[in-house]
Design a binder for this molecule. Sequence first.
Ligand SMILES: *[C@@H]1O[C@H](CO)[C@@H](O)[C@H](O)[C@H]1NC(C)=O
Ligand SMILES: *[C@@H]1O[C@H](CO)[C@@H](O)[C@H](O)[C@H]1NC(C)=O
Ligand SMILES: *[C@@H]1O[C@H](CO)[C@@H](O)[C@H](O)[C@H]1NC(C)=O
Ligand SMILES: *[C@@H]1O[C@H](CO)[C@@H](O)[C@H](O)[C@H]1NC(C)=O
Length: 203
Amino acid sequence: MAKFLGPIFLFLVLAGLVLCTADGTSRPGSYTLWEESDTVKVKIDKNDSAEKYKINFTDTSDGSTIKTWPEESFPISIKSFKPCHSYTVTFDPPCKSTTGFYKTRELFESDVNHTLKITGAKVQVCFETKWDLSKCIDIDISNSCTDYSVTFKGDPCKKSINFTLPPVKPVISYTNEFPTELRWDKKPSNCPKDLTYNCNGKH
Ligand SMILES: *[C@@H]1O[C@H](CO)[C@@H](O)[C@H](O)[C@H]1NC(C)=O
Ligand SMILES: *[C@@H]1O[C@H](CO)[C@@H](O)[C@H](O)[C@H]1NC(C)=O
Ligand SMILES: *[C@@H]1O[C@H](CO)[C@@H](O)[C@H](O)[C@H]1NC(C)=O
Ligand SMILES: *[C@@H]1O[C@H](CO)[C@@H](O)[C@H](O)[C@H]1NC(C)=O
């Protein structure tokens, strides 16, 4: 069995070596990284396809690694990265850059979305971003309809983005008289008096 597999194994190793020097030199190539359309793009010099390479991005702050193989595919979504972080970049086959690391930009206001989540009596506002950052906060009578600056734990630039928190879900009492009257119990004092609710809970 070992005798039979030997030549096949040798062939695979040689094929691997040929692939690694596909550009005709044994010298490492160089690359450029940049962000475009919510993805991180890679350009290898000599017009080589980035798909041929395995790329590791190692976060210099905590050592966590984003690997293009086997975990991610090209183009690499910025959803895998955190803003304002430095990553050391390694290539297989080897490739070098002038800096050897990649720094992501700051968080922008347009990177952040917020949604209201209501689970039973619990009301939360969840902030989602285009990056690997998210956060939910509880809404109650004391903070509903107030201004809130959201910052994310994983953002070393501590970019804060302002939101006005929505009203806490009102407890509505129905009366049996006609026409139907709605009465709020516990209207948050910060909320404007003329605030009305429609079916999707927005005002
Ligand atoms: C690089 O590749 C692109 C498409 O694969 C091609 O259009 C272009 O002409 C190539 N450039 C060079 C310098 O080979
Ligand atoms: C990427 O990291 C893995 C281990 O996490 C390692 O086995 C592999 O050689 C690394 N690849 C590159 C291109 O640095
Ligand atoms: C925010 O939500 C909208 C609609 O659901 C979506 O199209 C957009 O991509 C989201 N943006 C972010 C940053 O998540
Ligand atoms: C966000 O709110 C703070 C005070 O809460 C204010 O100082 C700051 O200027 C606001 N930023 C923007 C971009 O509106």
